[in-house]
Design a protein around this ligand. Structure first.
Ligand SMILES: [Zn+2]
Length: 269
């Protein structure tokens, strides 16, 4: 019995020991808890490793930062194609384009003539018989046309000063007409003349105008005086007047709905 009691006592004592060691566990836990606090910063680097793996997309940012480089605005190889002649910019004195015949009595600068012929041929293939009614014009010729218009308004009773202002709305005063460059032409389809005797805005209603508007840039031409740009160009809407600037610049201008003045401002920024 004594031995059994001793055995039980030892057994009971042995059971208390683990309990007491268990009772230490919270203390041990305290230490581990502190350790986990210590561990956390150890984990943090591992997290920051993850961050750095997340930062791989960030490393793609340089690719994104390439985007601001954006497609460059195309420029013609020959910058002389961008010559600006408008009410505020006179044709340089002595400017003389090297002319080539395009149609009938109408000539353009050699730089634009072949493209104009190609445009006329393509229009014909599409069913439109385009006819030029103006192309290269000398300053002298502009002076005659302008003077005739001034006299017309004086005939209506305008003072000479008012007549000059009115005439300028219809005929560019000598030196300010884009036709002096040899890079501009006025044209409408032959059927237009069955209905009208002068150039009028209504030409925009013709299918030939719609075709020209859609395809002119493929041949390096732009609609030079759009309806919504009159304040910038200084010229009223002219659905018949096209200007050669080269294919790349023309495509950019037409696709972005610009006028030449706006395009020049963009490339000079
Ligand atoms: Zn014109």
């Amino acid at each position: 019995m004594n031995i059994k009691k001793l055995f039980l006592f030892i057994t009971a004592f042995a059971m208390i020991l683990p309990l007491s060691s268990c009772s230490e566990e919270p203390e041990d836990n305290n230490i581990p808890e502190e350790n986990t606090v210590v561990i956390e910063p150890i984990e943090t680097p591992s997290q920051s490793d993850e961050e750095s793996s997340f930062s791989e997309p960030e490393s793609e940012e340089p690719n994104e930062s390439k985007e601001p480089e954006e497609p460059k605005i195309p420029m013609p190889e020959d910058e002389s194609l961008l010559i600006l002649v408008n009410p505020w910019n006179y044709i340089p004195e002595g400017y003389e384009p090297d002319l080539e015949n395009v149609q009938g009595k109408y000539n353009l600068d050699k730089k634009a003539a072949q493209s104009a012929k190609d445009l006329l041929a393509a229009a014909k293939e599409a069913g439109y018989n385009m006819q030029l009614c103006s192309a290269y014009r000398t300053v002298q010729k502009s002076a005659e046309l302008y003077s005739r218009k001034v006299n017309e308004f004086i005939g209506y009773g305008y003072s000479e000063a008012d007549a000059k202002v009115e005439a300028a709305k219809w005929v560019a005063p000598p030196g300010t007409s884009e036709h002096h460059t040899g890079l501009a032409m006025d044209l409408v389809s032959s059927d237009y003349w069955s209905y009208y005797s002068d150039l009028e805005h209504d030409y925009e209603k013709f299918d030939s105008f719609k075709w020209m508007y859609e395809h002119c840039d493929e041949f390096g031409f732009i609609l030079r005086f759009p309806k919504d740009k009159q304040d910038i160009t200084g010229i009223t809407y002219e659905p018949w007047h096209y200007r050669y600037v080269g294919v790349e610049a023309a495509s950019y201008i037409m696709e972005n709905g610009l006028c030449l003045e706006e395009y020049l401002e963009l490339i000079n920024e």
